[in-house]
Design a protein around this ligand. Structure first.
Ligand SMILES: Cc1cc2nc3c(=O)[nH]c(=O)nc-3n(C[C@H](O)[C@H](O)[C@H](O)COP(=O)(O)OP(=O)(O)OC[C@H]3O[C@@H](n4cnc5c(N)ncnc54)[C@H](O)[C@@H]3O)c2cc1C
Length: 462
């Protein structure tokens, strides 16, 4: 518990309205969008909502002096428990830091505070014809601080990369309250270690990101949406390879299996062709209609050669919206299939995608648990969803075994435990098998150097 005089010190920094310690508020900050169970032990002692970098810095000075754990928090949309305060202390909510400081049109860069919602940053830049590509499906509520901390990706990663590909510089408050500024607007910058990259993806364990500088690119003038149906996932994966090898890089290429398609058609009360076993939704973009036509033609040829059973190009924005609505609604539609859904996030080399999907089907059969598979096939990032009922005896053990086997399958083909959701709490047990002892030792050495008292987001990653 944090003594009253320290609470008073913190209230004096941010104002009494922005320090919450009622039972209800503490409960509200004890969970996120992961499947980590609600536990009374995960409640913070205090929720603190600073407005400025200076306030964050002064809070960290107090926390450091008294060795109070601090867990940074954006929108708590994380899928791996990253913003859950495992050791009590302060839940540091950055949601009041919502200023977009500067849109620099000449350098095509934007600077914003950590609490800005991803979609707000996107819209702000889009109004000036500039494109901020990282687009996690959670972008309507996730914050850019959370995106940087998780190095989030999205559907357009296949062509445009992930958050780290756009971070040019950061303002970070360190564990002792010092304010570090990394990077800058110079495109080339090899002065010292690449600290910007170090903090990107560090899950709130090395510092509190208070501001980020992102590079932007010109907004593509035209976008098109294609939907292709296949008998098997293999045919869908082969199509994506063929398309990429033909020199066409789609902005997004999302794949879903038969289980997902059944869910969607049940949800929308439509008939699903019994022949169809997989679907890919592709977004293409370019500067004019001719560019879209060329890409549509090449993708159509590749799909036909790989055995597509149906090919549809959206003719209007409304049709495109309808097609994408299927993909966007998938996560919740799949979740509604069973009392519990354990969603995973593995990433594998693109050519191993079909092999891993086959292995997941075997794991599903072996454990007697349905597993729906969908994901970003264009970049090898899959989201297997284990559908289960954790109240059944022995179900938890079967789920754990299935998760272990899925991770083992990903690692065995040179893949990773996490494509975009981070390690947080849920993937801690697997970090050593993914990185090896020397890898984990190196992470720990960096952590010890930057946060010797271990107060920043303790209990995460390992
Ligand atoms: C429906 C849904 C869809 C999703 N789709 C995607 C997707 O397509 N791609 C994807 O990558 N992720 C996705 N996610 C996961 C999640 O939205 C992302 O990880 C997102 O970046 C988290 O942002 P947040 O603001 O909610 O961060 P939080 O969940 O609050 O925090 C996440 C982690 O970042 C740390 N953190 C937060 N803010 C800061 C800060 N300012 N400084 C330092 N550390 C900080 C926290 O301590 C925690 O460890 C999805 C989640 C949901 C619920």
């Amino acid at each position: 518990m944090i003594p009253e005089e320290i609470k008073q010190e913190i209230r004096a920094i941010v104002g009494p309205d922005h320090v919450l310690d009622s039972e209800l508020n503490r409960f509200g900050y004890s969970y996120d969008a992961s499947f980590v169970p609600l536990l009374p032990a995960n409640k913070p002692d205090l929720v603190v909502r600073p407005l400025t970098t200076d306030e964050v810095s002064r809070i960290m000075v107090v926390a450091c002096e008294h060795e109070i754990p601090v867990t940074p928090r954006g929108a708590a949309s994380g899928r791996t428990g990253g913003s859950i305060p495992l050791k009590g202390g302060i839940s540091l909510a950055l949601d009041r830091m919502t200023r977009i400081i500067e849109l620099d049109l000449r350098n095509m860069m934007v600077t914003a505070e950590a609490g800005v919602r991803t979609i707000d940053l996107y819209n702000h830049c889009a109004e000036k014809g500039l494109f901020f590509p990282p687009d996690p499906a959670s972008w309507k509520f996730s914050t850019i601080g959370g995106n940087v901390a998780e190095n989030s990706g999205g559907m357009r990663a296949v062509k445009y990369g992930v958050t780290k590909n756009y971070v040019m510089g950061l303002e970070v408050v360190l564990a002792d309250g010092a304010i570090l500024r990394t990077g800058g607007k110079a495109i080339k910058n090899v002065t010292g270690y690449d600290l910007t990259s170090l903090f990107t993806g560090s899950e709130g364990t090395l510092g509190v990101v208070t501001r980020a500088l992102f590079r932007l690119i010109p907004m593509p003038k035209r976008r098109g949406t294609l939907q292709v149906m296949f008998r098997t996932l293999d045919d869908g994966c082969r199509t994506i390879h063929t398309v990429l090898q033909s020199g066409v890089v789609p902005a997004a290429a999302e794949i879903m299996d038969r289980t997902c398609l059944e869910v969607v058609s049940r949800h929308r009360k439509t008939e699903l062709d019994p022949e169809v076993g997989a679907c890919i939704i592709i977004e293409i973009d370019g500067d004019d209609d001719a560019a879209l036509e060329t890409q549509t033609k090449r993708i159509g040829e590749a799909a036909k050669a790989c055995g597509a059973v149906a090919f549809r190009a959206a003719r209007s924005e409304q049709e495109a919206e309808e097609i994408w609505a299927v993909r966007r609604g998938l996560s919740s539609a799949v979740a509604a299939l069973a009392p519990n859904r354990i969603g995973e996030d593995i990433s594998v080399p693109r050519d191993a995608f079909p092999e891993v999907v086959r292995r997941i089907a075997e794991i599903s059969e072996k454990q007697g648990l349905p597993i729906a598979v969908y994901g970003h096939a264009g970049d090898g990032n899959l989201h297997p969803s284990i559908l289960c009922d954790l109240s059944k005896p022995g179900e938890m053990e079967r789920v754990h075994q299935a998760v272990d086997d899925i991770f083992a399958a990903a690692l065995s083909v040179g893949g990773t435990l996490s494509g975009e959701h981070g390690i947080g709490i849920t993937k801690r047990p697997y970090i050593a098998s993914a990185l090896g002892d020397i890898g984990v030792r190196t992470l720990k050495a960096i952590k010890a150097a930057l946060d010797p008292k271990g107060i920043l987001n303790p209990g995460k990653i390992w």
